[in-house]
Design a protein around this ligand. Structure first.
Ligand code: SDX
Length: 361
């Protein structure tokens, strides 16, 4: 049996294909290039949900806006105890207040929840009052407005839409697999999403982008990159933003997100020289990983340029994983519905390696 179920097929899905050898991501028959920077998050969610909800509207914008307003009432539960926790723990706790169910109304509330709750948690932790949603706005625009309390520029909205679309679904990654296992017991969509959030927060999965900023800030300038990276690897640390269980070449999402960062243009949102500095650190990391692990293809994954994009959109690094959940929640819901539509209870075998009972005297 391969550790971590590497290369084990656990489901057949129409949601997405991750080709690790060619570095290709296909979502419901569309290549990433067709979607990133072109589709809004609402369009992508509709694409993922199509065929799995009978009453799915052709345009989710209005229904998702109404769902943001509906879940905002749960923000009243954001007390000082929750504000003392990490953003993703507080967001998860508020999401847990939503009723379970398998219908579109439940799905829309869950699609809205990470966005509404993260904005309220980030503002609350900064001592600011939450900003109620504006149902008339597209999702990405309202997320940035709820976070900052003022309208975002179109370039910022486009960058967030690109990010949410790019990370919305990615085969049977750990958090999506967790969501499918929970859905397979018929527990309901809220339970499946809570499992996805919990799996996502781990640093080996969705918890990586925040530490990428810490790495860049500790390195400080390109001349320090080699020494910092060498000492990290000598400690047995993993370089956040590099390596992947499936991709043996560059993660195609890395360049989709780097392009989105560049489009935001330096000076207005992106710190001058930040992209060039990140590229220098990336080049050093790839060279050193090749020296240290010559027989393991370790390339840049989605998280490296995620960090620069979310930093440029004024999300605090501690909330980066929450923003990942804002996009991936569409995939968790779609996979959960697909599992219920055609799958059985997920229950693999295990090999017992513990002691046998003592023989009766
Ligand atoms: C995501 O599955 C998905 O699709 C996930 C994701 C999605 O969209 O859902 O793509 C999102 O989770 C991206 C990955 C984000 N995580 C990180 O950036 C954290 C750093 N990356 C590593 O922890 C690691 O690359 C993993 C966890 C992502 C993948 O690890 P694997 O496939 O389990 O590989 P491994 O841990 O067995 O490592 C194999 C070798 C090891 O060397 P040895 O101990 O055998 O000598 O490669 C080394 C590792 O030490 N290695 C790294 C490394 N990644 C692997 N060494 C240094 N830095 C790294 N980043």
């Amino acid at each position: 049996m391969s550790d971590g179920l590497e290369d084990v097929v656990a489901a057949h899905t129409v949601m997405s294909e991750v080709d690790g050898q060619r570095g290709v991501l296909i979502i419901r028959g569309h290549s990433l290039d067709e979607l990133a920077g072109r589709a809004r998050f609402e369009d992508l969610a509709s694409l993922l949900f199509s065929g799995f909800f009978d009453d799915l509207p052709s345009d989710l914008t209005a229904a998702l806006g109404a769902a943001r307003v509906e879940v905002f009432s749960e923000v009243a539960g954001l007390d000082t105890g929750l504000l003392d926790r990490s953003p993703i723990e507080a967001m998860r706790a508020l999401t847990a207040r939503l009723a379970d169910g398998d219908d579109l109304a439940t799905a829309l509330r869950l699609l809205a929840a990470p966005a509404v709750f993260t904005a309220a948690v980030v503002r609350g932790q900064a001592g600011e009052a939450p900003v109620p949603p504006d149902a008339s706005l597209p999702h990405a625009a309202d997320i940035l407005r709820m976070l900052r309390g003022k309208p975002a520029t179109q370039a910022q909205i486009d960058a967030l839409d690109t990010y949410l679309v790019t990370v919305s679904d990615h085969g049977l990654n750990a958090s999506t697999f967790a969501a499918r296992v929970i859905a397979s017991t018929r527990a309901g969509l809220t339970s499946a999403v809570l499992g996805g959030i919990s799996a996502l927060r781990g640093p080996l999965h969705g918890g990586a982008p925040g530490p990428v900023i810490e790495m860049l800030d500790e390195i400080g300038q390109p001349a320090n990159a080699r020494a910092w990276i060498e000492s990290a690897l000598a400690r047995g640390d993993r370089l956040m933003g590099f390596g992947h269980r499936v991709y043996r070449v560059r993660d195609p999402r890395a360049d989709a997100l780097k392009t989105a960062v560049r489009k935001m243009s330096e000076g207005s949102n992106v710190r001058p020289g930040r992209v060039a500095f990140a590229e220098a650190v990336e080049a050093a990391a790839l060279a050193i990983l090749k020296e240290h692990k010559p027989d393991r293809a370790l390339d840049t994954n989605v998280e490296f340029y995620t960090a620069l994009l979310l930093e440029a959109l004024d999300f605090p690094p501690a909330a980066f994983t929450c923003v990942f959940a804002m996009g991936r929640v569409a995939g968790w819901i779609a996979h959960a519905r697909e599992q219920v539509a055609g799958g059985r209870l997920i229950r693999p075998q295990s090999i017992y390696v513990g002691p046998q009972p003592r023989q009766a005297a």
